[in-house]
Write a protein that binds this ligand. Structure first.
Ligand code: HEC
Ligand code: HEC
Ligand code: HEC
Ligand code: HEC
Ligand code: HEC
Ligand code: HEC
Ligand code: HEC
Ligand code: HEC
Length: 435
């Protein structure tokens, strides 16, 4: 009895429900097709220009290292397969395989390899880049900055002394900090950055892979400012933070994905990079400026020093940096900017000299402890120039007003006032021991 009726009724409901469901399914289907199309479009979009470069050059390789490592460390083989070097037939052996007596060699797969290829390996095929790098403060001076010169062997000391820009000598206070903190800490601290100039067992110096991350060795990656920010960051050298605040950094953050990161070295122009990056200003071939791996080549001042002095090749270096600026700015703009930034540098120098004068009576009176970093006043006088003085200078030169002002000049003034109060208190305590 209720059968037909029920069946009728439920039939009506069924039809309505099915139609609704079909409509939903249809809609979902359209959405899915759309999504697939979008994913394909996005993937095509991500494929860089000249996508031939991105093909796996090791796809059909019968190289013994490749064949076995395809299962042992597939990531490494895949990354290397997509590099320019693999496409140019540079093999795993070219970087890793060495003679059995090569310092640091480990016996492996019927031959001898280096677990971490040194600059001596890269130098065989890239002598110019290696020579420039070793003549810069990214070479042995970066290592000396931590450990001082006493730890160097004869050859390394000679290498250090042959670098004109190695002077001024490292500040003893900071080497003291390295010793004070000890190896359990410094392995993860100073060394993680300063190993860019570490000597290897075979006597060669430096680690190219700090900027050229293996195993893609991609130009795009080396050129991006994030690569430099691994080390050029923090209160004492906030180049990364300053860059982010600068007009150049803002142009990068808001449009950098459209820039031509893979352009052939030495060929880049303002068409490829409408604004500057760390690498453009300090390293890249750009318009009339040639590529360099000597990051000191374009610098006028020793800005990291407590009191900045001009570099040995200041005039030439200035012309080289300005050649880069002039690709995008006019001559008056650049000349005016340099005159103003020179003046800011001298003004910070004057404050640091003033801080030394404030401290002088304590030195004269033998009222400072012999050890660095065991007295609060050591920290204030150190931070005054090491953090804030330097930051003010870097901010001025690289267009970071907040760093020049609130993380720089303001903090210097605050520390000058604090130092004066601390010194007065100590002198008072000596003159009136009863108080
Ligand atoms: C028969 C397989 C096989 C072959 C052939 C082979 N490897 Fe390996 N390799 C391995 C394995 C397994 C490891 C250890 C991986 C691990 O620890 O995860 C290794 C480790 C390494 C390491 C790291 C060594 C270390 O001490 O940290 C390097 C570098 C290396 N191989 C390079 C090469 C090179 C270059 C070749 C060609 C000359 C090669 N391998 C050939 C299997 C192989
Ligand atoms: C252009 C030079 C170069 C080439 C070519 C090269 N490597 Fe390396 N490889 C390096 C460098 C540099 C390191 C050390 C990285 C480090 O210490 O941070 C390294 C490290 C390694 C390691 C140890 C690191 C780890 O994470 O396990 C293995 C394994 C390795 N390479 C295998 C290979 C294989 C296999 C090939 C060929 C497919 C190859 N490499 C080609 C430069 C190279
Ligand atoms: C056996 C010779 C050889 C060795 C060893 C070698 N390279 Fe290369 N490298 C080449 C060749 C060839 C090219 C490709 C040049 C080209 O096509 O423009 C190249 C290109 C490069 C490039 C540019 C990549 C690009 O996309 O244009 C970088 C960066 C590089 N090598 C870094 C290194 C580093 C770092 C080492 C040592 C760890 C090293 N190379 C060791 C031969 C070598
Ligand atoms: C985050 C990375 C990083 C860490 C950690 C680090 N440094 Fe540095 N250090 C740098 C950079 C980058 C510079 C270059 C600043 C400049 O030129 O403006 C520098 C500059 C220096 C200088 C001045 C240059 C010179 O050769 O005189 C000294 C000295 C120094 N560091 C010592 C140390 C010591 C000692 C430690 C550990 C207590 C340490 N650094 C920790 C990155 C680092
Ligand atoms: C692994 C850490 C590390 C990376 C990555 C790194 N640097 Fe440095 N850089 C240092 C250290 C350490 C110093 C200071 C060496 C010294 O003066 O003792 C330094 C110094 C410099 C200097 C000053 C040189 C001088 O003569 O005073 C410049 C400029 C510079 N780096 C630019 C760059 C650029 C541009 C990049 C990225 C393309 C970069 N660095 C990536 C660690 C690094
Ligand atoms: C501080 C970061 C940094 C370090 C360290 C570094 N490179 Fe580079 N390298 C770069 C940048 C950035 C470029 C791209 C230059 C350009 O845009 O013109 C580059 C480009 C190259 C090229 C391609 C140059 C050309 O003209 O074809 C080679 C080859 C190379 N580097 C090798 C090396 C070798 C070898 C070492 C170690 C001895 C090394 N690099 C260390 C940042 C670095
Ligand atoms: C618009 C160009 C430009 C850009 C972009 C730029 N710099 Fe600089 N940089 C300069 C100039 C100019 C100086 C000061 C040069 C002098 O001493 O005359 C400088 C100074 C430095 C110094 C100080 C060297 C010393 O004497 O202590 C370091 C280190 C440095 N830059 C690293 C970087 C890093 C890392 C980036 C990116 C995060 C960067 N720069 C971005 C132009 C630039
Ligand atoms: C690749 C092109 C390029 C290079 C190279 C370059 N700049 Fe710039 N710069 C720009 C752009 C783009 C702006 C943003 C212009 C604006 O604010 O309208 C800018 C802005 C500036 C500003 C801020 C101007 C203002 O009115 O606020 C200063 C200062 C500056 N650059 C200095 C330099 C110096 C110094 C150099 C060389 C060390 C340099 N630039 C290299 C493209 C470049």
């Amino acid at each position: 009895m209720s059968g037909p009726e029920g069946s009728d009724g439920s039939g009506g409901a069924w039809t309505w429900w099915t139609a609704g469901r079909l409509a939903i399914l249809g809609f979902a289907g359209v959405l899915m097709v759309l999504a697939i199309v979008l994913i394909i479009l996005a993937a095509a979009d991500r494929e860089p220009e000249g996508s031939g470069e991105r093909q796996d050059a090791l796809a059909g390789s019968s190289n013994v290292c490749v064949e076995c490592h395809r299962t042992t460390t597939p990531g490494i083989v895949d990354q290397y397969g997509h590099s320019t070097m693999a496409a140019a037939n540079v093999s795993c052996q070219d970087c890793h395989e060495v003679a059995p007596d090569h310092p640091g060699a480990v016996e492996h797969a019927d031959t001898w390899v280096l677990a971490s290829p040194t600059t001596a390996m890269c130098e065989q095929c890239h002598p110019a880049e290696t020579r420039q790098y070793l003549a810069s403060r990214h070479g042995i001076p970066a290592y000396v900055a931590m450990v001082g010169t006493e730890a160097l062997s004869g050859d390394l000391l000679e290498m250090y002394q042959s670098i004109p820009e190695a002077a001024p000598n490292p500040n003893e206070e900071r080497n003291a900090l390295f010793a004070l903190e000890g190896p359990d800490i410094t392995r993860f601290a100073c060394e993680a950055c300063h190993n860019i100039g570490r000597p290897a067992a075979d006597g060669s110096v430096g680690e190219c892979q700090q900027c050229h991350l293996r195993h893609e060795f991609s130009l795009e990656q080396a050129r991006k400012p994030e690569t430099c920010n691994a080390c050029h960051i923090g209160p004492d050298h906030p180049q990364w933070e300053i860059y982010q605040e600068s007009p150049h950094g803002i142009a990068y953050a808001t449009g950098g994905e459209t820039w031509n990161w893979g352009v052939e070295p030495g060929r880049a122009t303002v068409v490829d990079f409408p604004a500057a990056t760390c690498a453009i200003c300090h390293m890249s071939g750009f318009g009339a400026a040639g590529t360099t791996h000597d990051v000191g080549d374009r610098l006028t001042w020793y800005l990291f020093a407590p009191v900045s002095e001009l570099r040995p090749n200041a005039d030439d270096n200035r012309v080289q940096m300005q050649t880069v600026c002039l690709e995008c700015h006019n001559e008056n703009f650049v000349d005016d900017f340099y005159a103003d930034a020179d003046a800011a540098t001298v003004a910070v120098n004057d404050w640091v000299l003033e801080s030394r004068q404030i401290m002088q009576p304590l030195r004269d009176g033998g009222l400072l402890t012999a050890e660095p970093f065991d007295d609060p006043i050591d920290f204030v006088s150190f931070e005054l120039w090491h953090h804030w003085g330097r930051t003010a200078k870097f901010g001025a030169w690289m267009q970071g007003p907040d760093y020049t002002q609130w993380h720089g000049a303001y903090e210097v003034l605050s520390d000058l006032a604090e130092l004066e109060a601390m010194v007065a208190e100590r002198l008072e305590a000596v003159e009136n021991p009863g108080n």
